[in-house]
Design a protein around this ligand. Structure first.
Ligand code: AMP
Ligand code: MG
Length: 337
């Protein structure tokens, strides 16, 4: 079985092809980069409308498969920017009608955990999902994934991007801050904002910019922001592990490309005797292969949708969508143990 997946929740238009063994047969992606400032949803959507047809053709050519080999079309239904989601959904509907294939809606956050689960071979890991718009600690419940902790304001990636742009840089800020942080030497005290299982970044943004205005170097601030923000994420992940008595953690989202975050989470999890896994960067960031893979699981569980009922859901939450392919994967006893 080969499934085609379309990702278009935010800045990245991507088409992935995957088979039943979770082998990525093709991945064709193109990221919208604003000339200045942050992402304007309409401009990103125009980018996706423009690029997606070519990315579909590129993916088919790369995998050397034709429409006849594709069993289902999956698309990211949400959460994400409305105009961007609609661009991907429109292409997915068109292909489903043209090739007469089932159309399978996929939750973007669930897709991050499913691809990491498949690649890691870990059966029931917790997910630290750290991306531009989302920051969540996710674990399996009884019929769906549950959010154990999350950001109370912006996603960590949006925070890093805003900070970097305000300090004179361009989008995306995360990778540039990572390079800058490597040159930092002094840890500047910054607000550490953990509230139970949740985190917040707006106070950290304000305080960091205030320090910058006082003349603290960009390198030291980048270093201090990374240490502070990634400690917050590592702390809530550790608390979630302790509460749920789980042993393993997988990482997902663009910010999970960060070497310091990967290392901090790995040290914490291994210190507790567990296993940490981060997918390769191409599958950590938004990508069509994870949508295809989750679509394949959902399709096998009978979850396709009629075109007329395939509306996008910009605010769809991780814990709103059942994951029937996992039901029965763990017993209530194992959850309580
Ligand atoms: P996503 O929304 O999952 O595609 O991730 C995009 C976000 O990841 C953007 O906010 C980027 O700034 C951030 N990002 C990408 N690479 C890194 C990195 N190496 N360190 C920190 N953040 C990163
Ligand atoms: Mg994402």
């Amino acid at each position: 079985m080969v499934v085609l997946g379309i990702e278009s929740t935010a800045h990245t238009a991507s088409v992935g092809l995957i088979d039943e063994g979770a082998r990525v047969l093709a991945l064709a992606s193109d990221m919208y980069r604003p000339p200045a400032g942050g992402i304007h949803p309409r401009e990103a959507a125009n980018h996706h409308v423009d690029r997606l047809p070519g990315l579909v053709a590129q993916a088919l050519a790369e995998a050397k498969v034709g429409p006849g080999d594709i069993e289902a079309i999956a698309f990211a239904q949400g959460p994400g920017l409305g105009p961007c989601l609609r661009a991907g959904a429109t292409v997915a509907r068109t292909l489903a009608l043209l090739w007469r294939r089932p159309l399978v809606p996929v939750n973007h956050c669930v897709a991050h955990i499913e691809i990491a689960r498949a690649l890691s071979g870990l059966d029931d890991p917790m997910l630290l999902y750290a991306s531009g718009g989302n920051t969540q600690v996710i674990a399996w419940g009884t019929d769906r994934y549950r959010v154990l902790g999350e950001t109370l304001d912006v996603g960590i990636g949006n925070f890093l991007d805003k900070l970097w742009i305000a300090m004179g840089g361009v989008f995306p800020g995360g990778p540039a801050l990572e390079a800058e942080a490597k040159r930092g030497t002094t840890l500047v005290p910054l607000p550490y904002s953990v509230h139970g299982m949740d985190v917040a970044f707006s106070g950290l943004l304000t305080a960091t910019l205030a320090q910058r205005a006082r003349g603290v170097s960009r390198e030291d601030l980048a270093y201090s922001v990374e240490v502070t923000a990634y400690s917050m994420l590592t702390e809530i992940t550790e608390r979630a592990l302790a509460h749920r008595r789980k042993g393993s953690v997988v990482l997902g989202g663009g910010v999970a490309c960060n070497g310091r975050l990967r290392e901090m989470v790995r040290a914490m999890v291994e210190g507790r005797g567990g296993t940490a896994f981060a997918p390769p960067k191409s599958l950590c960031v938004d990508n069509g292969a994870m949508i295809a893979w989750t679509g394949l699981l959902a399709h096998r569980a009978g979850r396709s949708v009629a075109v007329e009922r395939s509306g996008v859901e910009p605010r769809q939450r991780t814990d709103q969508v059942p994951a029937p392919w996992r039901t029965g994967a763990i017993t209530p006893r194992a959850v309580a143990a």
